[in-house]
Design a protein around this ligand. Structure first.
Ligand code: SIN
Ligand code: FE2
Length: 219
């Protein structure tokens, strides 16, 4: 397995894991898939306030949020009603190589940060498979990512996530508060209109026990 360059409490960072050609190929795959599952503006539960980041998903399940039903995973795009596009093979390959998890990923959330978009501190907690890590792939402009501990008031540290960087929240970091303070506009020319694309790859459901234990003996 590729060794991460930094590792604290389950936070792992592989800087520049994707070279420029791999970034371009993944960018193109993402944009092509977005034709079948367009970006939409997610809305906060209860208030219905729009998020600053536009989103879509690839894979069997997608993370969505709206005023009425709040945060959840579902198999269909909230606006088109269609199944999410398939996950790019490169994304599945990275999960297989880096996650150490014995089941395939189910959701790849696509976040597009434009202008002054950012993401407040939160814990990823809508998944049943808590033991599975979250893998994050950054494309485009550099983000100032912030990560703390399991309590919102815990001390935090800042990590720059540049185009081609891959990081992972596993172990204690899987339950850590994290967010994106800001995007450093103009730091990359990967995306035609600038900004940053982030892919977070997750296992949502607990793998069936038949995977973990041998099948029952035939009667
Ligand atoms: C997220 O926490 O869902 C996104 C993190 C990022 O954009 O790097
Ligand atoms: Fe998150």
């Amino acid at each position: 397995m590729t060794r991460p360059a930094s590792d604290f409490d389950g936070f792992r960072l592989w800087p520049g894991l994707l070279d420029r050609a791999a970034q371009e190929a993944l960018r193109d795959e993402v944009f092509a898939r977005m034709r079948g599952g367009p970006l939409y503006i997610p809305r906060m539960p209860k208030s219905g306030l729009p998020m600053r980041v536009r989103m879509t998903n690839f894979g069997a399940l997608g993370w969505v949020t709206d005023k009425e039903q709040g945060y959840r995973y579902q198999a269909t795009h909230p606006e088109t009603g269609k199944a999410w596009p398939e996950m790019p093979p490169k994304v599945v390959e990275l999960w297989n190589e880096l996650s150490g998890y014995d089941a395939p990923p189910e959701a790849c959330l696509v976040n597009l940060y434009e202008g002054d978009a950012r993401m407040g501190l939160h814990v990823d907690s809508d998944e049943d498979a808590w033991d599975a890590p979250v893998l994050s792939i950054s494309l485009g402009d550099t983000a100032m990512f912030r990560i703390g501990g399991s309590v919102r008031s815990d001390p935090t540290r800042s990590v720059r996530l540049a185009s081609g960087d891959v990081c992972m929240l596993s172990g204690a970091a899987r339950r850590a508060y994290h967010g994106v303070d800001r995007i450093m506009n103009g730091t990359s020319r990967l995306l035609p209109k600038g900004g940053r694309l982030n892919l977070t790859v997750r296992r949502v459901t607990v793998p069936s026990s038949s995977r973990a234990s041998p099948p029952p003996a035939q009667a």
